[in-house]
Design a binder for this molecule. Structure first.
Ligand SMILES: Nc1nc2c(ncn2[C@@H]2O[C@H](COP(=O)(O)OP(=O)(O)OP(=O)(O)O)[C@@H](O)[C@H]2O)c(=O)[nH]1
Ligand SMILES: [Mg+2]
Length: 320
């Protein structure tokens, strides 16, 4: 059972799916070896292009993802799909429908598919997803597609994890209005109006364009998000999406934005981990009844909240 972490990482880098799966499970379960895992992965990260796909329920994210996988494979690229379900605490296998759609890739070593719930005991998406992305990146994936349904804050969170964020819309779903509401205009690098075989595709595209022009604050060197039309269920327009994603990637690299985005992301990750450590120490000091005692003194007026917070911080530092 006890496999050396270095071996596990080496096997994952050789494309062994079971090793990748075990590493991601370690992330999700916050296994005790996680520090060692992350240290072993670190030198191998930074290659994969992280592409987030988001949009309202049923807009065609999974169908588009499957079509993109096919296109990337035809191009000889190694690709992973991480389906993040913000409403589910469950992880592990892919959702049933998505599994069927992905069936043609099931025996392809160049494709890795995983779904994650996001309400894990450790606070979900923001905690486990970046670490899972590190595993897939270090495992040698060229592209990691992260699919998440655009409800609540999920799409904004995904955008903060992705190099390129693709927002999907479909005609007749009032999506253009939703775009404005959800602050999607700030996060989209690429719009895909899927189900272009349906009526209303022009209306959706026009609404979207109008919405974009209202929010326009772009300089001449800034990226201007293109609007593409697809019929994902027939694979139409998918090559154009691949090209646009590559083009955005090149822009990110050349403008220095890729590095800038990644630094922000790393800073967020470090901050989240540091806060987790602090909270753990605070709970320890709570066991020691310090917080309780301080609260009593604040209520009694013998100290003030600022001085009490200083005292708590000092006690937490001493616990380091
Ligand atoms: N007419 C048409 N139907 C499509 C197209 N793309 C997908 N669909 C259908 O739309 C339905 C929803 O597609 P999914 O790919 O599951 O959508 P999704 O966004 O992943 O859905 P959730 O994960 O549930 O949010 C399915 O029945 C697809 O077959 C398209 O281009 N045209
Ligand atoms: Mg889906």
């Amino acid at each position: 059972m006890a496999v050396a972490i270095a071996d596990l990482v080496a096997q994952a880098r050789d494309g062994d799916h079971r090793s990748v799966a075990r590493l991601i499970s370690m992330v999700e379960n916050a296994a005790p070896q996680l520090r060692e895992v992350m240290a072993a992965l670190a030198p191998h990260t930074g290659h994969a292009a992280i592409v987030g796909l988001t949009g309202s329920p049923g807009v065609g994210k999974s169908t588009t993802t499957a079509a993109l996988v096919k296109a990337y494979r035809a191009d000889g690229r190694r690709v992973a799909v991480l389906a993040v379900d913000p409403s589910s605490p469950f992880s592990g296998g892919a959702l049933l429908g998505d599994r069927i759609r992905m069936q043609e890739h099931a025996t392809d070593d160049g494709v890795y598919i995983r779904s994650m719930g996001s309400r894990g005991h450790l606070g979900g998406l923001s905690w486990a997803t970046p670490q899972a992305l590190r595993v897939l990146d270090a495992a040698g994936c060229d592209i990691v597609l992260v699919e998440t349904v655009g409800v609540g804050q999920a799409e904004v969170e995904i955008a903060s994890l992705a190099d390129t964020t693709v927002v999907l819309l479909a005609p007749g779903m009032g999506d253009a209005i939703q775009v404005a509401k959800a602050g999607i205009l700030e996060i989209a690098d690429l719009y895909v109006v899927n189900k272009a075989d349906r009526d209303g595709v022009e209306v959706t595209t026009r609404d979207l364009r109008q919405m974009m022009s209202l929010g326009e604050k772009r300089g001449p060197d800034d990226w201007s998000p293109p609007i593409l039309k697809t019929v994902a269920s027939r694979g139409e327009g998918i090559d154009e999406v691949v090209t646009a994603i590559d083009k955005h990637r090149n822009w990110l690299t050349e403008s220095g934005m890729l590095d800038a985005r990644r630094r922000v992301r790393a800073a967020d990750e470090i901050e989240a981990l540091a806060l987790t450590t602090l909270r753990r120490r605070m709970n320890k000091s709570r066991d020691g009844a310090l917080l309780d005692e301080l609260a009593g003194r604040v209520v009694a007026g013998t100290t003030d909240p600022y001085a009490a917070a200083d005292e708590l911080s000092a006690a937490m530092t001493a616990l380091a």
